[in-house]
Design a protein around this ligand. Structure first.
Ligand code: SF4
Length: 217
């Protein structure tokens, strides 16, 4: 359907927690609220902002990650008493189910992106979080290691930030990795950039992303 209205047909896709810090796992927020510096740049460039879903909220028991709460005592117990290898297959099954959820959601989102492109819209980029097993772009997390460390160190003063930094690996993430594979499969040329929440100032991170996406700062 042809029409004329006021819209700018440019869209940027952003990870959920960049717009709502409350969706970060307990202990993992890296600032107080939405990523103001980045949003200001988007607005300055007249971009429409699409928020990607937070798969951890959907697949790991909501904002409080309740499924981890029920799981961690069992895990600590198994590590303390030396029967961790016995429950490893159970963790793998749960991870497999989570990966499947991520893949299914990624396919749906890439189809939506494709619809925008076919209708003449421009997708300026996709921004992921380079500290997440779910949303990392060039980095992922050794999820097993994170779970193991949380279970062992849950009563110590060690922060989740330290555990995350120690467990960062160069690997494909579950959700963003699936989005990127699907884009490649469909030959959709959209830039995907990773936000590094623990490196540098928020302002510098926003400028780095802007530069990669050719946005005015
Ligand atoms: S990185 Fe992804 S999964 Fe983690 S809190 Fe942000 S949106 Fe949710």
């Amino acid at each position: 359907m042809d029409f004329i209205d006021k819209r700018y047909k440019r869209i940027i896709y952003v990870n959920h927690c960049l717009l709502n810090q409350n969706t970060r796992g307990p202990g993992a927020a890296f600032r107080e609220a939405a990523s103001n510096e980045l949003i200001q740049i988007f607005l300055k460039n007249d971009l429409n902002i699409e928020q990607l879903p937070c798969l951890e909220i959907i697949g790991a028991g909501g904002v409080s990650r309740k499924s981890l709460d029920t799981f961690l005592p069992l895990l600590s117990n198994s590590i303390e008493n030396g029967w961790f290898p016995l429950i490893k297959p159970l963790i793998k099954v749960r991870l497999y189910r989570y990966q499947w959820l991520c893949k299914k959601t990624a396919l749906k989102i890439v189809s939506e992106m494709n619809d925008f492109l076919n209708a003449g819209y421009v997708i300026t980029g996709i921004i992921g979080m380079n500290d997440s097993a779910t949303c990392g772009v060039t980095k992922s997390l050794d999820f097993m290691e994170v779970i193991r460390r949380i279970a062992i160190e849950r009563n110590s003063a060690i922060t989740l930030k330290k555990i995350i930094k120690d467990a960062l690996i160069d690997d494909r993430s579950y959700f963003m990795g699936s989005i990127m594979s699907e884009l490649k499969k469909r030959r959709m040329d959209i830039k995907v950039v990773g936000f590094e929440p623990w490196n540098d100032s928020q302002e510098n991170q926003a400028k780095r992303i802007a530069k990669k996406l050719n946005l005015i700062v």
